[in-house]
Design a protein around this ligand. Structure first.
Ligand code: ADP
Ligand code: MG
Length: 700
C-alpha cells in the first residue's frame, strides 16, 4: 500500500488499533501527518552510560547498561509494587513499578542485557529508578539512534499503558522508514537560501533524530520560521483582502471643524507622535478602504485628543461618530472633557450609559436617527440594537483590552457599509505579540509623552511604615495636590477585600479628619450615580483623597492628583499596577507612586515590585509581564490562536517572528496573489492550510 501522510495512524506498523485509540485520545494523533508533527519537548544526551557505583543523588536522567537479576513483589495496598534488581559490573540498583506490573513481568527477561533510562532516587539507603524506560541492548544498538534523544510530550495514561518514550521513538522510526523520510518542501528555494533554511525533509529528520546539536538547532530554526511565516502570511493576506474587498467611506475633505479646532482651539501643542498618528489615520480615512486601526499609547500619552480629531474628520465629511469606553466613569469623563473641547465648535454630543433615563434615551435615539446628533459617547449601551445611527462613519473603542472581538464586530454592523474603526489601548503589548495577535489591524503608536511631564517616582514601602507614608501624603496635600489610595478587589474574595477597603477608609478618615481634609470613596458596590458624584467631587478638587478599588484603573484623568498609593500591591498584576500608576503624573508637578505591601512576598511579587520601581516604560513592563505570566493571560491572545504554536514560542522567538513577518510582507508586496512560479510552494501550502485550518495539518 502506498503511504500518504493522511493515512490513519492505525496503518503504521507497530501501532495497531489499541495504540491508535490511545494516541488519538491522548495526543490527538490521527494520521501519519499528526505523528510527524509531534515535536519533541526536549532532548537528552544519550552518548553517556553511567556505572552504578558512580551514581549520585542528582535527580538527573541517566542511562545504564546491565541485567535484571531478579523480580520481587513488595508492599501491599497502595504501596504494592514490583521491584527488580538491576546489576552491572560495579553494583546494583532497584527498578520499581507501581503500575503495569503484569505487563512488565511478562515482557522483561532475566539475565539479558538491557539499557535502562530514567531518574534515580535514594530509597531506604539504596538507589532506585521508578518506571524506567527500558530497552534490549541489541535493539538499542540497532535503533535509528542519535546522540540526542528526543523526548516527546506524553500523558500519564500513555506511559501507564506502555506507550513510553521509547515506544513513541520506535513508532516515529517506523514512519520515517515507510515514508523514506521524503517530505514535500513547503518553502520556496529562494526564501530558503536567503534565510539559510535547511530543507523540509532534513529538518523533520533532525527534529526527531538529531545527528548533531548543530543540525538540531538548524532544524528547529527552519520549523519555527515556517510556522511563524505562515501565520504572518495569513494575517497579512487577511488584511490585504480586507482592504481590497471592504470598501469604506472615503473621508475626502478636511473640513471646517477639524481646521478650526486645529488652528484655534487646540489646548496644547500636539506631540510629534500625536501628529504622526493623526496623519496615519487621515491617510486611512482618505483611501477607499475601511480603516481598522489599533492606536497604542502608554497611559497619559494623549490618545483622547487623537480620538477627537478623528471624530471631527468624520463630522466634516457628513458622518456621525461614536466613542465607546468600558466604564460609566470613563464615559462620563470623556463626555465632559470632549464637550468642553467642542464648545467653540457647532457640534452636538450626547452621553449614553446603562443609567441614562428612559426619556433621555428616547431623545438620543431619535436625534441619532435624524442625524441631529454628531457624536455619541458611552458604554456598552451603545451596542444595543435600539441604538441606530443615521450615518455612522467612525467608531472608536477606548481601552480595547476591556472589550472582546464580538463587540468590535457589533459596531461594524451599525451601518450598511462598516464604519471606520479605531481601537485605542494603553495596555502596551510587546511588539512581537501585537504582530501576532493584532496582525489583522494596522498599528499606530504614540511613543512620546507630552512635554514637561516628569517621570513618576515609584517606591516600595512595607505596611509597617504607614505612618511615614501618611506624613508624606499630608505634605503633598498641603502643597495643594490630591491623592489616590487604591485597594485590590478580586472577585473570589470580594467580601474580604471590601472589608479591607472599609477598614482602610476608616483609618484614613481618622488620620485625615474633617473639616481640614475631605475624602471621596468609590467602589463597585455603589450605585453609578453615587460613584459619579464622588468622582466629580474629586475631579473638582473638593476632596483631597480618593479611596477606591480598581474601578478607577482605566482612563481617569485628574491632572492635579500627584500621589498614587497602592495597597496590597503584591496582589496586583504588572499591567494593572502600571495602569494605576498612570492615573498620576498627568500634570506638570512631580508625582509619586507608593507600593504598599506586607513583608511576605513571593519571588514573582518581588520581581513585579522591582520592575515597577525601576521603570516607567510600559513596553519594558509588558515584556517582563509576558515573561512572568506567559502570553496566555494577555488580552486578545486567547482568540488569536497564537497560543497553539507547535514549535515556536512568541516570547522566546521574537526575533524569528520579526524575520518571518518581514519576508512574508516582502513576498506579498511583490506578489500579492502568489501567482509567481517562485512562490508556488507558498501558494500550495497556503491553500492546504485554509483547508485544514492549521498550518501543521497540510499535506506534506
Ligand atoms: P491617555 O492616552 O492615557 O488616554 P489622555 O488623552 O487622557 O491620555 O491625556 C492625558 C493628559 O495629557 C490629559 O490631561 C491631556 O489633556 C494631556 N495632553 C494630551 N496631549 C497633550 C499634549 N500634546 N501636550 C500637553 N498635554 C497633553
Ligand atoms: Mg485614555
Amino acid at each position: 500500500m502506498s503511504v500518504n501522510l493522511q493515512t490513519p495512524i492505525d496503518y503504521l506498523k507497530g501501532v495497531g488499533p489499541n495504540r491508535a485509540t490511545l494516541l488519538k485520545k491522548e495526543l490527538g494523533i490521527n494520521t501519519y501527518q499528526d505523528l510527524l508533527n509531534l515535536f519533541p519537548n526536549r532532548y537528552l544526551d544519550r552518548t553517556q552510560y553511567f556505572k552504578i557505583n558512580k551514581l549520585v543523588n542528582s535527580n538527573a536522567e541517566i542511562q545504564i547498561i546491565g541485567k535484571i537479576t531478579r523480580f520481587q513483589d513488595a508492599g501491599s495496598g497502595r504501596a504494592k509494587r514490583l521491584v527488580a534488581t538491576f546489576t552491572d559490573e560495579t553494583g546494583s540498583i532497584e527498578l520499581v513499578w507501581f503500575r503495569g506490573v503484569k505487563w512488565i513481568k511478562d515482557s522483561l527477561k532475566l539475565n539479558t542485557p538491557y539499557v535502562i533510562f530514567g531518574k534515580t532516587n535514594v530509597y531506604s539507603g539504596k538507589h532506585s529508578m521508578p518506571h524506567p524506560d527500558i530497552e534490549l541492548l541489541t535493539e538499542h544498538e540497532n535503533g535509528l539512534r542519535s546522540a540526542l534523544q528526543a523526548i516527546y510530550p506524553s500523558t500519564e495514561k500513555l506511559s501507564n499503558r506502555g506507550i513510553t518514550n521509547r515506544v513513541l521513538t520506535k513508532i516515529m522510526q517506523q514512519l520515517f522508514l515507510e515514508t523514506k523520510g521524503k517530505f514535500v518542501e513547503t518553502l520556496p528555494e529562494k526564501l530558503r537560501s536567503e534565510v539559510k533554511l535547511i530543507s523540509k525533509s532534513e529538518a523533520l529528520f533532525n527534529i526527531h533524530f538529531p545527528t548533531t546539536s548543530e543540525l538540531l538547532s538548524k532544524a528547529q530554526f527552519r520549523l519555527k520560521f515556517e510556522e511563524l511565516f505562515y501565520i504572518q502570511l495569513q494575517l497579512i493576506l487577511k488584511n490585504l483582502i480586507h482592504k481590497s474587498k471592504i470598501k469604506g467611506f472615503p473621508f475626502n475633505q478636511i473640513g471646517p471643524n477639524f481646521n478650526t479646532f486645529f488652528k484655534e482651539h487646540l489646548p496644547f501643542e500636539l506631540t510629534n507622535a500625536q501628529k504622526r498618528v493623526i496623519k496615519e489615520i487621515r491617510q486611512d480615512l482618505g483611501s477607499n478602504a475601511q480603516m481598522n486601526r489599533l492606536l497604542q499609547g502608554d497611559v497619559g500619552s494623549g490618545k483622547t485628543i487623537v480620538a477627537l480629531m478623528t471624530m471631527l474628520m468624520a463630522i466634516d465629511n457628513g458622518f456621525q461618530a461614536c466613542l465607546m469606553a468600558p466604564t460609566a466613569i470613563l464615559s462620563v469623563q470623556h463626555y465632559n472633557g470632549l464637550s468642553e473641547l467642542c464648545k467653540p465648535l457647532n457640534i452636538s454630543i450626547k452621553l449614553l450609559t446603562g443609567s441614562s433615563k428612559t426619556s433621555e434615551r428616547k431623545e438620543i435615539h431619535s436625534a441619532l436617527e435624524s442625524g441631529e446628533l454628531d457624536i455619541l459617547i458611552g458604554t456598552h449601551a451603545l451596542l444595543e440594537d435600539k441604538v441606530k445611527f443615521k450615518n455612522l462613519g467612525l467608531a472608536i473603542i477606548d481601552e480595547q483590552h476591556r472589550f472582546g472581538v464580538e463587540q468590535r464586530s457589533k459596531l461594524w454592523r451599525k451601518n450598511t457599509v462598516p464604519p471606520h474603526i479605531l481601537v485605542m489601548t494603553a495596555t502596551p503589548i510587546p511588539r512581537t505579540l501585537a504582530m501576532s495577535v493584532y496582525g489583522d489591524l494596522d498599528i499606530s503608536l504614540i511613543d512620546e509623552l507630552p512635554a514637561g511631564r516628569q517621570p513618576i517616582k515609584t517606591v516600595h514601602r512595607f505596611d509597617t511604615n504607614r505612618l511615614k507614608v501618611f506624613n508624606f501624603i499630608r505634605q503633598e496635600i498641603k502643597k495643594g495636590r490630591q491623592v489616590y489610595v487604591v485597594y485590590p478587589l478580586i472577585q473570589e474574595s470580594e467580601n474580604m477585600d471590601y472589608k479591607d477597603l472599609m477598614d482602610g477608609y476608616e483609618s484614613i478618615a481618622r488620620d485625615f479628619p474633617l473639616p481640614e481634609f475631605q475624602i471621596s470613596i468609590v467602589h463597585g458596590k455603589m450605585k453609578p450615580a453615587d460613584k459619579e458624584f464622588e468622582m466629580q467631587r474629586f475631579i473638582k478638587g473638593e476632596t483631597q483623597i480618593m479611596v477606591a478599588t480598581t474601578v478607577i484603573e482605566v482612563g481617569v484623568n485628574v491632572p492635579n492628583a500627584s500621589v498614587m498609593i497602592i495597597e496590597s500591591a503584591e496582589r496586583f498584576g504588572l499591567s494593572q499596577l502600571h495602569q494605576l500608576r498612570g492615573r498620576v503624573g498627568r500634570g506638570s508637578e512631580q508625582s509619586y507612586c507608593i507600593l504598599m505591601t506586607s513583608h511576605k512576598l513571593s519571588e514573582g511579587s518581588k520581581t513585579r515590585l522591582n520592575t515597577m520601581v525601576k521603570t516607567n516604560d510600559g513596553f519594558e513592563i509588558a515584556e517582563v509581564d509576558l515573561k512572568l505570566r506567559g502570553p496566555g493571560d494577555i488580552m486578545g491572545t486567547q482568540q488569536s490562536g497564537i497560543l497553539n504554536l507547535r514549535i515556536a514560542d512568541v516570547v522566546k522567538d521574537g526575533d524569528i517572528l520579526q524575520h518571518a513577518r518581514h519576508y512574508a510582507k516582502q513576498i506579498l508586496t511583490k506578489d500579492p496573489r502568489l501567482t509567481l512560479e517562485e512562490n508556488k510552494e507558498i501558494l500550495e501550502t497556503y491553500r492546504q492550510m485554509s483547508k485544514y485550518k492549521n498550518i501543521w495539518n497540510y499535506i506534506s
